[in-house]
Ligand binder design. Structure first.
Ligand code: SF4
Ligand code: SF4
Length: 276
């Protein structure tokens, strides 16, 4: 019994000494965290989306303070908070152009021809690897919503087998881009309001057979406003510095509707046409 009491006392004493030692070491060698890291973490969106290239908002804040990481890498940060962060760092905020995602496809289940019924995994990459999904077009949206599930801001809606970005919800983080096996999603300046919603590189007649909404490369738009379009083989794109207006688009009257405004494309495909 005495032996047990002695052992317990020795252990308690040892614990006490070690505790004091650990406490002293922690205090003596503590590394003071820069308080700006916490302040900046509070100002970042807290979505931990990784769009900036770092593990999360706190990690990004640490890199901003300690290694001069570029604040603009977070496209989800509001303009107001972006300016506050620059102020904390004693830097000029500069101008940041808001970017939004665009899905370059209009081929929903009604417009794109169906090749087969896809019954596999509910994942666009799995479908692309297995059979390419159910649509005839091998360039268009598979519509299983891998991008929508990746978006933390709920900015992508899948409707009738087509992904549609709601620009007012998109924070431009770019997280949806690399998950799309069809490489349909790009970030563009939020001021770009007109696009050709097609990504197929097939020849016009092949595309026409595969999808009613494809860009058939008739070049009607290019002939009407040459400076505002780039024809890349059988696919036309609106140039970034184009000054196309809604009225010009109406005058051009793209025969398939692939050339469209963001507002009309979003409203028509998300079933809210009246709201456009
Ligand atoms: S749509 Fe894409 S870019 Fe926009 S917020 Fe969602 S994941 Fe980010
Ligand atoms: S845009 Fe890409 S990831 Fe999104 S539903 Fe379409 S194929 Fe899938």
């Amino acid at each position: 019994m005495t032996n047990i009491l002695i052992a317990a006392a020795v252990l308690a004493l040892l614990g006490l000494v070690l505790g004091i030692l650990i406490g002293y070491t922690a205090k003596r060698f503590a590394v003071e965290a820069d308080p700006r890291i916490e302040e900046i973490t509070e100002l970042l969106p807290g979505a931990n989306c990784g769009g900036c290239g770092y593990a999360g908002c706190a990690d990004f804040a640490k890199e901003i303070v300690e290694n001069d990481a570029n604040i603009s890498s977070c496209s989800a940060c509001s303009e107001e908070n972006f300016k506050k962060i620059a102020e904390i760092l004693g830097k000029e905020a500069g101008n940041r152009e808001k970017q939004v995602a665009v899905v370059y496809c209009s081929g929903d289940n009604h417009k794109a021809k169906r090749l087969a019924r896809y019954n596999g995994l509910n994942d666009c990459r799995a479908a692309a690897a297995l059979s390419g999904g159910g649509k005839t077009c091998r360039f268009g949206c598979i519509g299983l919503g891998s991008c929508a599930r990746r978006c933390q801001f709920g900015a992508i809606e899948i409707r009738n087998g087509l992904a549609i970005v709601h620009p007012e919800l998109c924070e431009g983080c770019g997280n949806c881009i690399d998950i799309c096996p069809r490489k349909l999603i790009r970030l563009v300046p939020a001021t770009s309001k007109i696009h050709v919603y097609c990504n197929s590189l097939e020849k016009g007649p092949v595309k026409r057979k595969a999808c009613e909404a494809a860009c058939i490369a008739c070049k009607k738009c290019v002939r009407a406003v040459p400076d505002s379009f780039n024809a890349q083989g059988f696919l036309v794109r609106v140039t970034e510095d184009s000054n196309l207006t809604e009225e010009t688009i109406r005058e051009i009257a793209c025969p398939t509707g692939a050339l469209d405004t963001v507002a009309h494309h979003t409203a028509a495909n998300s079933g809210k046409e009246g709201a456009a």
